[in-house]
Design a protein around this ligand. Structure first.
Ligand SMILES: Nc1nc2c(ncn2[C@@H]2O[C@H](COP(=O)(O)OP(=O)(O)OP(=O)(O)O)[C@@H](O)[C@H]2O)c(=O)[nH]1
Length: 511
C-alpha cells in the first residue's frame, strides 16, 4: 500500500530538487556558452588562415609574374652585353616595385651568375648546387618552383626562392631565373595579426618545409615539419580544416586552422591558444557559478530552516498530543476513582446516587419499572471482631466480586457499595419478582462461598437482602422512598432471621 511521504520529506526533496536544478542549469548554460565560444574562435582561425593564404598567394603571384617577364626576355633577347644591360635595368625596376622582393637573378646553364637586380654585379659566383637550380636542370616543367628557404650570399637575409626554368631555343636547359622573397615580408604581416600572446601562425611548403612562422625564430626557417601534429592534421584533413592540437614545443593546446594556397604548393596554419580563447569564458563562468553557489546556499539554508521549523512544530504537536492523551487518561482515572469504591471495585455511593436519580427520572418518564436490592452482610461486626478488620475487608472484596459477577449484566444495571458493609443493586426495567430472584441468587452465591464465620448462626458468612421496585402505574414519589422501601424490606429480612431475601411486602422468600 502506497504511503504518502511526510511533509518534511517532501519539503526536503523539493529544496534539494530546486538546488540541483539551479546547479544543473548553470552547468548546462556554461557548457553551452563554452561550445559557442570555441565555435566562434574556430570560425575566427579559419578566417585568419584564409587571409594568410590569400596574402601568400598574392605575394608569390606578383613575384612569379615578374619572373615570367624575365624568362621571356632572356629566351628572346639572349644574354648579349646590350640585352643584359637592358635586363639589369628591368630587374632593378621590378624589385623596386614589389616590396616583398629581395632580388631577381638570372643564372646560365652552369649556374653562373649572369645578371641580377642589384647595383653591383658580382663576378665568378656559382649557384649550381642550390636546390632550385638542380630542380629546374632536372625537370623540363616550365611552371614556377617554390624552393626551400635559403640564406642570401650577399646580404645574409633569409629568403624564399621562387624560380622558373629558362630554355634554349632548342628546348634544352638554358638556365634559371630566380626571384627571392624576403622572409621578413611575411614576418611583418604575421606580426600585425591579432592572435593573442600564445597564438601562432606559419607558412609551410606542401613537402613539409617551414618557410616562416610567428613567433619567429631563424632556426625554424627551413625546418622539416613532417613529424608535427599540424602537418599530419593537414595531410589527413586538408586542404582546408580545423584541429585542436597540443604543441610538442611549448605544451600549449591550440585551435588550428590550415588552408592550402590556391595556386602554389604551400599551406598556412593559424592557431589560437585554447586557454586564451576560453579565458573570458572562465572569468564569466566563475562569476555566475559564484552567484549560483550563493543562491543555492540561500535556498538551502531557507529550506533547512523551514524543515527545522516543521520538525519543531511536529515535535510540539506530538508533545501536545501526548500531554492531551495523558490528561485524558488521568481524567478517566480520576473519574473512575471518583465514581468507584476503592475496596470492592463496585460503584461508590456518589455514582449510585447519580445513577439512581437518572434511572428514576427515566422510569417515571417511560412509565417503566425500576428495582432496587439492598444487601447487608450478616453479623459483620462479629466477623471483624473475630477475624480482624483486614480479613473483614477481604471478605467484603470477595462479596463485591460475587455481586459484580451476578448483577450488572445489562447496560443499565449498577452494583454499588451503599455504605459500610451494605451493598446495593439498581435494576432498570425490572419488577420486584425478577429483582427478588436475582437477590436470591446473590444471597445463595455468597452462602455457597462458605466463608467461615464462627459468629454466624450457621458458621458461614451470609447476606440479607431487601427488594422493592417502582411500578409503572405508581404515583410519582421521590427516589428516597424507593430506598426506604428496600431498606424496610432489608430490615424485615434481618428481623426474620437473616440470610434471606424480603420484598417490601415483608414476605421472606428464603429460609
Ligand atoms: N472490615 C470492615 N468492616 C466494616 C466496613 N464497613 C463497615 N464495617 C463494619 O461492619 C459492621 C456493621 O455492624 P452492624 O451495623 O452492627 O451490623 P452487623 O454486625 O452486620 O449485624 P447485622 O447487620 O444486624 O447482621 C461494623 O462493625 C462496621 O465497623 C469495612 O469497610 N470494612
Amino acid at each position: 500500500m502506497f504511503r504518502r511521504p511526510s511533509i518534511i520529506f517532501r519539503t526536503t526533496a523539493f529544496v534539494a530538487v530546486v538546488c540541483l536544478a539551479l546547479v544543473a542549469l548553470d552547468c548546462w548554460n556554461s557548457w553551452q556558452s563554452r561550445t559557442v565560444q570555441l565555435k566562434q574562435m574556430s570560425v575566427a582561425t579559419a578566417n585568419l588562415a584564409r587571409a594568410m593564404a590569400q596574402q601568400a598567394d598574392d605575394t608569390i603571384k606578383e613575384t612569379d609574374t615578374a619572373l615570367i617577364g624575365v624568362v621571356e626576355r632572356v629566351e628572346y633577347d639572349g644574354t648579349g652585353p646590350a640585352a643584359l644591360e637592358r635586363l639589369h635595368k628591368v630587374l632593378a625596376m621590378r624589385v623596386a616595385e614589389l616590396p616583398q622582393l629581395d632580388a631577381i637573378h638570372v643564372y646560365d646553364k652552369e649556374g653562373n651568375w649572369v645578371v641580377n637586380s642589384r647595383k653591383v654585379q658580382p663576378q665568378n659566383l656559382n649557384n649550381a648546387e642550390r636546390e632550385y637550380f638542380i630542380f629546374h636542370r632536372d625537370h623540363e616543367d616550365r611552371g614556377p618552383h617554390i624552393g626551400i628557404p635559403v640564406k642570401s650570399r650577399t646580404n645574409g637575409k633569409l629568403l624564399v626562392p621562387v624560380s622558373r626554368r629558362i630554355d634554349n631555343p632548342d628546348g634544352s636547359f638554358g638556365g634559371v631565373a630566380l626571384a627571392t622573397i624576403d622572409v621578413e615580408f611575411f614576418t611583418r604581416f604575421y606580426d600585425s595579426l591579432d592572435i593573442g600572446q600564445a597564438g601562432a601562425v606559419a607558412l609551410i611548403l606542401d613537402t613539409g618545409t617551414m618557410m616562416t612562422r610567428r613567433p619567429f625564430s631563424p632556426e625554424m626557417v627551413g625546418r622539416n615539419m613532417l613529424d608535427t601534429s599540424l602537418y599530419r592534421a593537414y595531410r589527413t584533413l586538408g586542404p582546408v580544416g580545423t584541429a585542436e592540437i597540443k604543441s610538442a614545443q611549448d605544451g600549449v593546446t591550440r585551435l588550428n586552422s590550415f588552408r592550402r594556397l590556391s595556386n602554389y604548393p604551400l599551406f598556412v596554419g593559424a592557431a589560437l591558444s585554447k586557454d586564451e580563447i576560453l579565458a573570458e569564458w572562465w572569468n564569466e563562468t566563475l562569476w555566475h557559478t559564484g552567484g549560483v553557489v550563493l543562491l543555492v546556499l540561500i535556498v538551502g539554508s531557507v529550506g533547512w530552516r523551514l524543515v527545522r521549523q516543521m520538525e519543531l512544530q511536529n515535535k510540539t504537536e506530538a508533545e501536545l498530543r501526548g500531554a492531551r492523551d495523558a490528561l485524558e487518561k488521568l481524567n478517566k482515572t480520576l473519574n473512575t476513582l471518583a465514581m468507584e469504591d476503592g475496596l470492592t471495585g463496585l460503584a461508590n455511593r456518589r455514582q449510585f446516587d447519580v445513577t439512581l436519580d437518572t434511572e428514576f427520572s427515566r422510569a417515571m418518564r417511560d412509565a417503566s419499572t425500576l428495582a432496587l436490592i439492598l444487601l447487608d452482610v450478616d453479623c459483620f461486626k462479629q466477623y471483624n471482631d473475630i477475624y480482624g478488620h483486614t480479613a473483614g475487608d477481604e471478605c467484603l472484596q470477595t462479596i463485591g466480586r460475587t455481586i459484580s459477577n451476578l448483577a450488572a449484566r445489562r447496560p443499565g444495571d449498577l452494583a454499588a457499595r451503599y455504605g459500610g458493609e451494605e451493598l446495593a443493586v439498581l435494576l432498570p426495567n425490572t419488577d420486584v419478582a425478577a429483582a427478588a430472584v436475582l437477590a436470591e441468587k446473590i444471597r445463595s452465591a455468597v452462602r455457597d462461598l462458605e466463608i467461615v464465620h464462627a459468629g454466624a448462626p450457621d458458621g458461614f458468612v451470609t447476606l440479607s437482602a431487601g427488594v422493592d421496585a417502582l411500578s409503572p402505574a405508581g404515583t410519582r414519589q421521590p427516589p428516597k422512598e424507593l430506598i426506604q422501601a428496600a431498606d424496610r424490606a432489608l430490615y424485615a429480612a434481618k428481623m426474620n432471621g437473616r440470610n434471606r431475601v424480603c420484598t417490601a411486602a415483608d414476605r421472606p422468600t428464603a429460609e
